[in-house]
Unconditional design. Sequence first.
Length: 120
Amino acid sequence: MDSKPIVGVYEGKGIIRLREQPQQLEENQELLISIVPLRPEDADENGSRPSPFTYFRQLVKKLCEYEHAYGMTSQEFYQQFQSGAIPEGPFDYFDWRVLYDSYKHMQQRFGFSRDQLADA
């Protein structure tokens, strides 16, 4: 299943209301949710969510944190984790995998690259 970011609003008491319906989910299916709080300066003109490029920048920042912490690129980690060469470990691994899936999705959908961040 491909993962893509879906914006939601935390309403308190553990309730998050999603802005769109997730695709390919079954009732009572367990999910892994990666929460990235939005800052006011990241909001779009409606004040509700970041632009795709801002979200991409946030993804790359978090990927860089994992790469530094674990001493490998996200691509290396992803290939090894998916092949089973890296056993299931800390929760960070699952979060890292989901973030990298989102990163690849944004590269494909919008044509973004890390090189663009140096110019931004």
